[in-house]
Design a protein around this ligand. Structure first.
Ligand code: URA
Length: 434
């Protein structure tokens, strides 16, 4: 069938077959289908949606458009986790070593972030010398010996997704559940882990703004993974405010190390334990969720997770002394307090705006070529349901120029909303989708 007919079929609410999706994906990757026709199809999908069968088929076609990593040489059931993205989300840095410290192999493939703050690789590159560049063979060896390794996505992992995502970004077709689900799951399935635990964010700093949509996205991804023979679970967690207090690469790394030392913000610790529980239980079903919780809590409190992080850091070229001396991380030249001009209970934070402020300070990149300032970012001093007086410090802004600090401060102030009473119903984890 011609691409014209396939666009029309979808536009009219029809279902694309596996064969048709195969032709579309291979044609687009090879360049025989032009951007303008693919854009029209994406918009038709945006409006008409996709059935479960179509979404699964689209995901597998995108996964198989490049390398399907063979991690079978890793001993044991290999686990991976993925977050749909959020401000201050440093969970991988904590949950990876926590789960690995229990002897479960964590094979993590991460990206660099476009957007408000860096991705996990950017965060880890705050450690001088840290490297994620390694061959698949080295990755497998590292996971076998250390139980935790983190590498960048290979150049040829789901190339169809790379090309389609770039097009979605400029055609207002990012926030479609079947397109997000197939994009994320194509990369996860091609990455080769047996267990995939998803952290689906909901709220002002997430793609999904309400529980119904988050549930639908989580269920779609869980079903795709199960269909591909993976063990799955999704945690729907809050992104109505940044996770923890730190937003920005080196600042987040410091906070992650605090949590690994049994300290740090309660919400980060709690979410890591919950994600870890599902990673452990899915890899070793003989360990119940309750038992996994006990073991993971112990690994944070007795220092075994921290020791695993120390080994991991050394193995990938970072200086483990940094764990005991944060001055070895990049520190900002200037730190400015953001003072409240209003009084009341803090009831809402526009998390996206906090992210945008961190980006103004230099923590993120707008274009691929932009260079991140690892020291830049924000440390919150107040979170939802805290009482704030006029003049109280809402946050500390870390940056390298007065201009950036004032621009970020102005933007940040617009992100807060206060009221006379606390906000009801706000929680860290809303639901588990299995
Ligand atoms: N992350 C992805 O990898 N793809 C999406 O579509 C959205 C978030």
């Amino acid at each position: 069938m011609r691409m014209f007919d396939l666009i029309m079929k979808k536009r009219n609410g029809g279902q694309l077959t596996q064969e048709e999706l195969h032709d579309i994906i291979s044609g687009y990757v090879e360049g025989t289908i032009p951007d303008y026709q693919m854009s029209a199809l994406l918009m038709a999908i945006y409006y008409k949606g996709m059935s479960k069968e179509e979404t699964v088929a689209l995901t597998m076609e995108m996964a198989e458009s490049g390398d399907m990593l063979d991690l079978s040489a890793i001993h044991g059931v290999k686990v991976d986790k993925h977050s749909t993205g959020g401000i201050g989300d440093k969970t991988t840095l904590i949950v990876g070593p926590m789960v690995a410290s229990l002897g479960i192999p964590v094979a993590k493939m991460s990206g660099r972030g476009l957007g408000y703050t860096g991705g996990t690789i950017d965060k880890l590159e705050s450690f001088e010398g840290f490297s994620t560049a390694m061959s698949v063979t080295d990755f497998v060896d590292h996971v076998n010996s250390m139980k935790f390794a983190l590498t960048g996505q290979t150049g040829n992992l789901a190339p169809a997704d790379k090309k389609i995502y770039a097009l979605r970004d400029v055609t207002a077709t990012v926030d479609s559940i079947p397109l997000i689900a197939s994009s994320i799951m194509s990369k996860k399935i091609a990455s080769g882990a047996d267990v995939i635990i998803l952290d689906v964010k909901i709220g002002s700093g997430a793609f999904m703004k309400d529980l119904d949509s988050a549930r639908k996205l989580a269920k779609t991804m869980v079903d795709i993974g199960k269909d591909a023979g993976r063990k799955m679970a999704a945690v729907i967690s809050d992104m109505d405010q940044p996770l923890g207090l730190a937003v920005g690469n080196a600042l987040e790394v410091m906070e992650a190390m605090d949590v690994l030392k049994g300290k740090g913000p309660k919400d980060v610790r709690e979410l890591c334990i919950i994600l870890g529980m599902y990673m452990v239980n899915r890899a070793k079903p003989e360990i119940s969720l309750e038992e996994a919780k006990k073991l993971l809590t112990q690994s944070l409190d007795d220092g075994t997770a921290l020791e695993k992080f120390r080994e991991f850091l050394a193995e990938q070229g970072g200086n483990p002394d940094t764990i005991d001396d944060y001055s070895l991380l990049p520190n900002a030249k200037l730190v400015q307090e953001l003072k409240s001009e209003k009084e009341g209970y803090l009831v809402h934070m526009e998390a996206d705006e906090i992210g945008a402020s961190a980006m103004i300070l230099g923590a993120g990149r707008e274009k691929k070529e932009d260079i991140i300032n690892p020291a830049a970012g924000i440390v919150l001093n107040k979170k939802i349901n805290d009482y704030v007086h006029v003049g109280d410090t809402l946050a500390y802004l870390h940056g390298d120029s007065r201009e950036k600090l004032s621009a970020a401060a102005e933007r940040m102030l617009g992100a807060y909303e206060f009221a006379d009473a606390k906000r009801e119903g706000h929680q860290l984890v809303y639901e588990i989708v299995e």
